[in-house]
Structures are given as structure tokens and as C-alpha cells.
Design a protein around this ligand. Structure first.
Ligand code: NI
Length: 156
């Protein structure tokens, strides 16, 4: 296991589109393990491979609950329902928090580290983190979608 360098702010790689994972080998497993370690060290709830300089469609998520850390390869989101506005931050965006609308509920289709299909339903924070990380795979940062902070005040 190794800690990886998290790419930040204006680094051009963060704006690139990640490529589908086609080879499920030991290198992929090592990358996923290193990403989980890096995410934990940075106290993040999610990390996309592009954030550690690998343009692969691979994300890790850990909500620090009973489910433990999760890895999703080639994730796709669908059947989004509802909208919730809440604050987000990102390990690749220094000192910024802003409210972003995300679906209340969605379904995820992905593969595990062996290439087996995964399908699950996510809601609340889990759905939010999945949206945030899948956006990274498409070169999108949460700040692109952030609402004006005054909107958040009106909600309270
Ligand atoms: Ni992020």
C-alpha cells in the first residue's frame, strides 16, 4: 500500500475524461487499495482515480459506516429522483465548500475489481458522493455546479 499524491485546483488532468477500465488485474487492485489509503489519510468520503493522476473510470467511497470502503469500476448512474441542496467539498479543491443540488436517490451500475457486475440503490450522502465522483471521471468539479451561497440561506 502506498499514499498517492492528490492532484489539486488548476492541474489540467482534473479536466480530462477518464477511460473505461477493461483489464481487471493486480495493478488495478493495487491502485484501488492505494486510493482507499489515500482517501482515508485525507479524511475524504470519496476519491476518483483521476485525482491521483490515473485517467481510469474507478472510484472509491467510504462513508465511515458499517459498509466500509467501497470500490466501483466503470460506474454509471441512472434513475435519479428528487433534488437535495447541500454543501460539498473536494480533496482536489483547496479551502472551498459550496452548496450543490444532487439527486435524493439514484441507482448505480458498476463493476467490482474482478469485473463482476454490481447494481445498487443509493440515497442521501451516498448518492451525493457517487454523483461527485462520477463527475470527476468526466472532468467536472463540484464548483462548476455550485449554487450561490445565498440560496442555501433561504433554505434554512
Ligand atoms: Ni472531489
Amino acid at each position: 500500500m502506498a499514499l498517492l499524491e492528490i492532484r489539486k485546483d488548476e492541474e489540467a488532468i482534473l479536466r480530462k475524461t477518464s477511460k473505461e477500465v477493461k483489464v481487471f488485474d493486480e495493478r488495478l487492485k493495487t491502485l484501488a487499495e492505494d486510493m482507499i489509503e489515500t482517501m482515508h489519510e485525507a479524511q475524504g468520503v470519496g476519491l476518483a482515480a483521476v485525482q491521483v493522476g490515473r485517467l481510469r473510470r474507478l472510484i472509491t467511497v467510504d462513508l465511515y459506516d458499517e459498509m466500509g470502503p467501497k470500490v466501483f469500476v466503470n460506474p454509471e448512474l441512472y434513475d435519479m429522483e428528487g433534488q437535495i441542496l447541500d454543501y460539498e467539498a473536494c480533496l482536489s479543491v483547496t479551502d472551498t465548500q459550496a452548496p450543490v443540488f444532487r439527486p435524493e436517490k439514484l441507482r448505480l451500475k458498476a463493476q467490482d475489481l474482478n469485473g463482476a457486475q454490481i447494481e445498487l440503490e443509493a440515497e442521501g450522502l451516498f448518492a451525493r458522493v457517487l454523483c461527485h465522483e462520477v463527475d470527476h471521471l468526466n472532468g467536472i468539479l463540484f464548483t462548476d455546479k455550485a449554487e450561490d451561497e445565498s440560496l442555501m440561506e433561504e433554505d434554512k
